[in-house]
Write a protein that binds this ligand. Structure first.
Ligand SMILES: Nc1ncnc2c1ncn2[C@@H]1O[C@H](COP(=O)(O)OP(=O)(O)OP(=O)(O)O)[C@@H](O)[C@H]1O
Ligand SMILES: [Mg+2]
Length: 298
């Protein structure tokens, strides 16, 4: 059996607004069934990239394929297979939540049940409320519900949980995990690195219209950035700290010595940089500085 083609393929994508180059040659591919995240500072070019893929924005250069189609011509065959959460939306202000979802569902050939999606997004109490009366977070939940109700095979989520309370965020994570379980493909952007770590199979870190790194969240920055920090207090109670590639031998040495004297290793911790640490390091430095520092640390 041959591997199915990627759901999204982006090659050398470029987009300028006037003389500002917002996207400067981006390449990535998203496999079918994958949850892929775009991370990066404000103004990095994430929404521009996503909007080109959604067919909302014309590109200046590069090749883009979404489920085998060029989204630029907004083919109907593609629209029926894709669900979208825009970074900001304000549709249907005078309809109720249920009416808006029913209307949106009617545009898709095989939609999900409206009540099922209402429950999935935690909107049961607001199903009959006018949309203009929703709070910011509730309106955002509706945006997510609108993206799911058509039961599309590919879902674009541009900052889907911005403004969500912690419980709503967990609910949205469950919804994305459910999509993944159903074999759907998801492209999301987020500023919450724990969200990326929880949900994404792979992420790309974007800055100034370019991709700085791509990979599974746990493997990003492999090398200098992922060395382990081992901290403990020695037999005299003095704090100690060492940075090592693999902490196994050091921890063995410390624990063996402590056991031999019938004691413990006080306050022993082994930590690795989180995705947030790697992200901050990558986005704070120009590429040239980064390489030098990586060499300096070895
Ligand atoms: N319609 C537009 N006209 C002019 N410039 C724009 C337009 N849309 C975006 N830009 C500029 O392009 C750059 C990239 O914007 P984009 O919205 O893609 O960033 P982003 O990565 O989504 O940022 P954020 O995290 O803030 O959502 C920014 O510098 C922005 O000011
Ligand atoms: Mg954006």
């Amino acid at each position: 059996m041959s591997t199915p083609p990627d759901a999204i393929v982006v090659r050398d994508l470029r987009k300028s607004y006037g003389d500002h180059e917002a996207v400067r040659g981006i390449d990535f591919a998203v496999a079918r069934g994958e949850v892929f995240g775009l991370l990066g500072p404000n103004g990095a070019g994430k929404t521009t990239t996503v909007e080109v893929l959604e067919g909302y924005r014309e590109r200046d250069g590069g090749d883009v394929a979404v489920l085998g189609h060029d989204p630029a011509s907004r083919p109907r065959a593609l629209r029926e297979r894709v669900g979208i959460v825009l970074q900001s939306s304000g549709m249907y202000r005078f309809l109720s939540v249920r009416e808006a979802l029913a209307h949106w569902a009617s545009l898709y050939p095989h939609p999900r049940g409206v009540d099922e999606v209402v429950a999935l997004c935690g909107l049961q109490d607001k199903a009959d409320a006018r949309i203009r009366t929703l709070s910011g977070g509730q309106a955002r939940r509706l945006d997510l519900a609108l993206a799911l109700v058509g039961d599309p095979e590919l879902i674009f989520l541009d900052e889907p949980t911005t403004g969500f309370d912690p419980a709503a965020r967990r609910l949205a994570w469950e919804a994305v995990r459910e999509l993944r379980g159903l074999g759907k493909t998801v492209l999301l952007t987020t500023h919450y690195l724990d969200e990326a770590q929880q949900l994404c199979d792979r992420v790309a870190i974007v800055k100034d219209g370019r991709i700085l790194a791509t990979g599974p969240p746990a493997e990003l920055g492999v090398g200098a950035a992922t060395r382990a920090q081992v901290r403990w207090r020695d037999a005299d109670g003095r704090p100690q700290e060492r940075e090592v590639e693999d902490p196994t031998a050091l921890v063995h040495e410390l624990t063996a010595a402590a056991l031999a004297r019938g004691g413990t290793v006080a306050e022993l911790t082994v930590t690795r940089p989180s995705l947030e640490d790697v992200y901050l390091q990558l986005t704070a430095e120009a590429p040239a500085e980064r390489d030098e520092q990586a060499v300096a640390r070895v």
